[in-house]
Design a protein around this ligand. Sequence first.
Ligand code: MN
Ligand code: MN
Length: 457
Amino acid sequence: MYSENAWKKYTDKELKDLFKFNDEYIEFLSNNKTEREITSYSVKVLEENGFKDLKTLTSVKAGDKVYAVNRGKNVAAFIVGKEDIEKGLNILGAHIDSPRLDLKQNPLYESSDFALLDTHYYGGIVKYQWVARPLAIHGVVVKKDGTVINVVIGEDDNDPVICITDLLPHLAQDKNTKPGTKVIEGEDLDITVGSMPLKDEEKEPVKKLILNILKEKYNIEEEDFLSSELEILPQGKARSMGLDSSMVLGYGHDDKVCAYTSLRAVLDTKETERTSCAVLVDKEEIGSVGATGAQSRWFENVIAELISKSKDGYNDLMLRNTLTNSYMLSSDVSAGFDPLYPGVFEKKNSSYLGKGLTFNKYTGARGKSGCNDAMPEFMAMIRNVMDSNKISYQTAELGRVDQGGGGTIAYILANLNMNVIDAGIPVLSMHAPFEVVSKADVYEAYKGYIAFIKDIK
Ligand code: MN
Ligand code: MN
């Protein structure tokens, strides 16, 4: 069902299922905003659904369901297939980090009787979108003795929120003549967190009061910021959007919408011929680097462990063969066509909200640079499986040629010599504090991911 509006095909029963699935997604997105939160959530639901920690098993066999976790920030879930694992896996890979503001290592200061927190933004944000809106703090502070303190401030109705202030239009004559990238600059993204001085305190009394509150509530001292990972995120829940409730407005659809649908595809599938997998990674928004990014050896190590526990006489060639014979959907969002900005898109090769799961054969910029350009043989297999499962799907490029561009984790896994293609959900306002997706696309992606893990061979 190539390039047709999916909404037209649903029966009443299907519409009911679609809205129910999206209600569950909205709840997930509202309650899980960071990599760590999504990893803990995933482990919880995986265990509830009979998945076992691979580390605790000495052997695995066809039909077993297992998972692995990396540093609290990556998770991979597997359904062990009936077929020899060396024939390859069907993998769904998504990222669970989203653009945001991170606190600097020495963030807290006082200025003109205000206490402020200094930040360094994470990923590609449009800076002026982050001011004058309620923000929350999510993350961890690790004490010198190794104790990890979980912090979430601003989501509970009784919590205060925090905010970056903006200049009133009455005095913005100079500011408003600046180009968009300079209206709010990186060092302007400091968050106001206090304005009340501690009584009888001479030196920095407002900052001192904030430190007292942190000490009392969380046992955090100022130096503990040095070993913290505190993310400043848009406060509030995801919501149904549109008078017809056909869309979802929420923080971090990129790429939690593909992460959720990928995870659900594996959770809701009983058994598969080939070993199937959903893997959720970190750090995509800053280049997939580091021990928890897609470039980490972790995923390869987990597959090696899985092979060694499912076959006798493990050797390196078995791992190489497994990777070579694997198929992967790099489940990541696509730029949805926006009628307010038609000029940056090329209409024939754009992704439209409501037309279903979007395949990007390639991404990249300036002459496809840096992209994974999927094999046409693989794309043909995909077309066959999508059509035979009646999945609504479409194909797209990321905007007009030379208008910009972007990348995903696709090329990283393709470097292990497996077939990979980008497949995700179109998003409007991508990387903004609140992004938009169509409920039909969320549902089609979920169904399409199930079809992929079951039927690609
Ligand atoms: Mn993404
Ligand atoms: Mn992104």
